[in-house]
Design a protein. Structure first.
Length: 215
């Protein structure tokens, strides 16, 4: 039985792809480049904003200006909740899980933006202070340090912890921390996931509602 269930944010709890893509494309257009498709940008998300910005400029063969990251963050922070919504079934899942385990969020998104999204979508109450962002004292995923911190805060062992995420980054984080993993194939970060690396103990879901029966 898992006593701590940790969720990734983008592509796992919430579908933020359109807001991320439109912010990145607005920046590209300001720099004279053609926009990329929403799907293309969605596949670049997961390693933090700096890496996303670097990837979108590389995709259009354009050198990123020195202030590209700060400009992207300013654009994105103005539209965090324009189209971003919880995935279907997420709220119901959290309602049922909260009486069975401690819940937490581990994301490479900056903490302030993470908290704004969670609050705006009325998800904050499920996690309280158990939210770790990518700009805090811990290295970004796939470093296990943020996950290990959440385990220590909840007083649970790796064996009693499950990390749910849509990308290979989340899966590697769980492995590095010695915890169990659940791959959310419905998320936009799943494309290109090396499924041949999955092991028998790894859980896989195509909809949030599929998680609870597996626990």
């Amino acid at each position: 039985m898992f006593h701590l269930v940790v969720f990734d944010l983008d592509g796992t709890l919430v579908d933020s792809r359109r807001d991320l893509a439109e912010s990145a494309n607005q920046l590209l257009e300001q720099c004279g480049a053609q926009p990329l498709t929403e799907e293309t940008i969605g596949h670049m998300v997961g390693d933090g904003a700096a890496t996303l910005v670097a990837r979108v400029f590389a995709a259009v063969n354009l050198a990123a200006p020195g202030d590209a990251l700060s400009r992207f963050l300013a654009l994105y922070n103005n539209r965090l909740l324009r189209f971003t919504r919880p995935y279907e079934g997420i709220t119901e899942l959290l309602n049922r899980l909260q009486s069975r385990a401690a819940l937490a969020v581990l994301t490479n998104k900056p903490l302030a933006a993470t908290r704004t999204i969670l609050a705006g979508l009325e998800l904050s109450g499920y996690f309280d202070e158990r939210v770790v962002g990518g700009d805090g004292p811990f290295p970004r995923k796939p470093s296990p340090e943020g996950l290990l911190h959440l385990m220590a805060s909840a007083g649970v062992t790796p064996a009693a912890t499950l990390l749910v995420g849509d990308s290979i980054i989340d899966w590697r984080t769980a492995r590095a921390a010695g915890s169990s993993s659940c791959v959310a194939r419905y998320g936009f970060g799943f494309n290109g996931f090396p499924t041949d690396q999955l092991e028998y103990a790894d859980l896989v879901i195509d909809h949030p509602a599929e998680l609870l029966p597996l626990l």
